[in-house]
Design a protein around this ligand. Structure first.
Ligand code: FPP
Length: 237
């Protein structure tokens, strides 16, 4: 694998836990649990490779519509993950940031998410962003609202509101744009994930279901990225 052409920012839509569970004739909650194992390996590899930022879509604002049992299972997994893994992530110098509306989360989960962010705030390694109760359009609306409030207070003039000012109000402020977006399970949709940040991202849609996505699949995706010719709207020679 060529380490000179690594993306700075990788985003992943971890799709296919439900189908994986179905294939194995087990409960969907166990599919998600298996998905957490896959996620652990990809986080470790991203950190070892020296990738700057990794953004994972764990729970969208639309996911509340799933059955109460599945929502409860996902909330349980989130709580478990953010309590049991935090020491190891901190040791690995990983900096955790939650993308999404933490205030809309149940109490215990919200506290665990805030704790994870605070504990790893000063870390300088992999920037690990986990999207929870996240929606891309809601993020943009929130950014517009914050800029409007600044304008009303007189802190910014409307004519100074540009792309950079907007980017500065997103959950991802300070991070580079997404270079590579991976969605597993063969679905080819963005599903309201990082709409602004993916403007020039390369997209890959491996057919493997998320619980089966391993380090080799990740390397294959990074290799495919390295082979893409990115023009950012210009022409390549
Ligand atoms: C998509 O699979 C996956 C999700 C909606 C949740 C992803 C969550 C995890 C991997 C675990 C929780 C995360 C953390 C950070 C602990 P799907 O259920 O939509 O699959 P399907 O399309 O096959 O039904």
């Amino acid at each position: 694998m060529n380490r000179d052409t690594l993306p700075r920012h990788v985003a992943i839509i971890m799709d296919g836990n439900g189908r994986w569970a179905k294939q194995h004739k087990i409960q969907v909650a166990l599919g998600h649990r298996k998905g957490v194992e896959a996620l652990r390996a990809i986080i470790r590899e991203s950190s070892d490779l020296g990738i700057e930022a990794l953004s994972l879509y764990a729970f969208s604002t639309e996911n509340w519509r799933r059955s109460p049992q599945e929502v409860e299972a996902l909330m349980g997994l989130l709580l478990e993950y953010f309590t049991s893994e935090i020491d190891e992530l901190d040791e690995k110098n990983v900096r955790i940031r939650i993308l999404g509306d933490k205030d809309g989360m149940p109490d215990r989960q919200r506290r665990a998410l805030i704790n994870a962010e605070e504990r790893t705030e000063k870390n300088t390694g992999l920037k690990l962003n986990i999207a929870i109760n996240y929606g891309g359009r809601a993020e943009l609306a929130r950014a517009a609202r914050m800029l409007a409030e600044k304008a009303v207070r007189g802190d910014i003039r409307p004519e100074d509101i540009d792309e950079e000012a907007l980017a500065g109000e997103l959950y991802t402020r300070g991070l580079p744009d997404v270079d590579l977006l991976i969605r597993t399970s063969g679905e080819m949709r963005l599903s309201n994930f990082l709409l602004f940040q993916c403007a020039y991202a390369e997209f890959l849609f491996p057919t493997v279901l998320w619980p089966d996505f391993g380090v080799e699949d990740y390397h294959a995706a990074l290799d495919a990225f390295a082979g893409r010719n990115r023009r950012f709207g210009g022409r390549s020679e």
